[in-house]
Design a protein around this ligand. Structure first.
Ligand SMILES: Cc1cc2nc3c(=O)[nH]c(=O)nc-3n(C[C@H](O)[C@H](O)[C@H](O)COP(=O)(O)OP(=O)(O)OC[C@H]3O[C@@H](n4cnc5c(N)ncnc54)[C@H](O)[C@@H]3O)c2cc1C
Length: 290
C-alpha cells in the first residue's frame, strides 16, 4: 500500500497499516520532517483515546499541556466529568505531533520517501502504478491520498470536492513586534482577532481581513494593513517566519474511494480551522481506515 502525504493523517494511517501487518510506504513532498508554521494547536479527547489504544498516548501527553479545549462557537466546554480516562484535550503544536508520529512510524519500519512528489497514477484490476517525481514508479495494491486539501490524488481520480464558498477570511502569521500589543482575543463587527506569544518565540497573529476573495501569497504589507484596520496600528511588525491566509471554506469529497484509490484527512474534507479539528479528524479517519 502506498500513502501519498506524510502529514498527521498519512503518518497515522501508515502506523495503523504496519501494525496490521500490511506492507506500506509513505511518499512525502517535504524533504524534512519540520513543518513551516504552527498550524494545529492540539489534540481532542477522542484522538488521545485512539493514541492510548495504540500505546502511544504518553508520548504526546509528556510533551504537551493538558487543558479543557473542547468548545463550540468560542464557548469552552468542560468535559472533566466525561466517562473517559482522557477527559481533557492536549495543547501541543502540530510540528511536535508530527515528529512523535514519525518516530512511531519509524519504529514500525515504515519507509518514508521524503522530498518526492506523487505526480500521478494509473490503476488496473490488480493494483496501482504510482509515478513519483524522481522518475521512479511504485506498484501497490492500493493508493491512499493523504495529501491535504489541494490533493492531487483526489483531482487525478476525478473526485469532485463540493462545498461552501468562504464568508470570512483571516491572516495568520508568526512575527516580531516593535511595540507591546493588546494581547489576547478581540471580537468586533469584522470578526475575531488575536495576538499571543508562542512560548519564548515569536508572536502569533490572527486577524480577520476586511475583504474576501484576495488571492496569492499574503505579504507583510497585507498583514500590516489588516492590523491597522482593526487595532489602529501594526505594532511595528517585522521579521515574519510565515504568513498564511485561511477562510471558512467547507468542502467534502463526493466519494472517499475510486477503485483502488482512497482519500483520508484534509484530502477528503476541509473545514474552518480556527479551534477546528482538521488534524484530529484526519487522525480519526486514518484509524478508521486502517
Ligand atoms: C493555520 C492553521 C491552523 C490550524 N489549526 C488547527 C487546529 O487548531 N486544530 C486542528 O485539529 N487542525 C487545525 N488545522 C488543520 C490541520 O493543520 C489539518 O487539518 C491537518 O494538517 C490535516 O492533516 P493531513 O495529514 O490530512 O494533511 P496535511 O497536513 O496537509 O498533510 C498533507 C501532506 O501531504 C504532502 N503532499 C501534498 N501533496 C503531495 C504529493 N503530491 N506527493 C507527496 N506528498 C504530498 C504535504 O507536504 C503534507 O505533508 C489548522 C490548519 C491551519 C492551516
Amino acid at each position: 500500500m502506498v500513502v501519498a502525504g506524510g502529514g498527521p493523517t498519512g503518518l497515522m494511517l501508515a502506523g495503523e497499516l504496519a501494525l496490521a501487518g500490511v506492507d506500506v510506504a509513505i511518499v512525502e513532498r517535504r524533504s524534512s520532517q519540520d513543518l513551516i508554521g504552527s498550524r494545529a494547536g492540539g489534540l481532542h479527547a477522542r484522538t488521545i483515546e485512539i493514541f492510548d489504544q495504540r500505546g502511544i498516548a504518553d508520548r504526546f501527553l509528556s510533551q504537551g499541556q493538558v487543558a479543557q479545549v473542547a468548545g463550540f462557537a468560542w464557548i469552552r466546554l468542560d468535559i472533566s466529568d466525561f466517562p473517559t480516562r482522557h477527559n481533557y484535550g492536549l495543547a501541543l503544536w502540530q510540528n511536535q505531533i508530527e515528529r512523535i508520529l514519525a518516530g512511531w512510524v519509524g519504529e514500525l519500519g515504515v519507509p518514508i520517501y521524503r522530498g518526492r512528489d506523487v505526480r500521478g497514477f494509473a490503476q488496473d484490476d490488480a493494483g496501482v502504478d504510482i509515478e513519483i517525481s524522481d522518475g521512479e514508479s511504485l506498484r501497490a495494491h492500493y493508493l491512499v491520498g493523504c495529501d491535504g486539501g489541494r490533493s492531487l490524488i483526489r483531482k487525478a481520480a476525478g473526485i469532485e470536492f463540493p462545498g461552501w464558498d468562504p464568508t470570512t477570511s483571516h491572516l495568520i502569521a508568526e512575527v516580531e513586534l516593535a511595540e507591546e500589543p493588546e494581547w489576547g482575543l478581540r471580537r468586533d463587527a469584522l470578526g475575531i482577532h488575536s495576538l499571543s506569544r508562542v512560548e519564548d518565540g515569536p508572536v502569533r497573529v490572527m486577524v480577520t481581513e476586511q475583504r474576501l476573495g484576495r488571492t496569492g501569497e499574503p505579504t507583510l504589507r497585507d498583514l500590516s494593513e489588516a492590523l491597522v484596520a482593526v487595532y489602529g496600528t501594526d505594532y511595528g511588525i517585522h521579521s515574519p517566519t510565515w504568513i498564511s491566509r485561511f477562510t471558512d471554506t467547507t468542502r467534502q469529497a463526493a466519494a472517499y474511494r475510486d477503485g483502488r484509490v482512497l482519500l483520508a484527512g484534509d484530502a477528503a474534507h476541509v473545514h474552518y480551522p480556527v479551534g477546528g479539528q482538521g488534524l484530529n479528524t484526519g487522525v480519526q479517519d486514518a484509524a478508521n481506515l486502517g
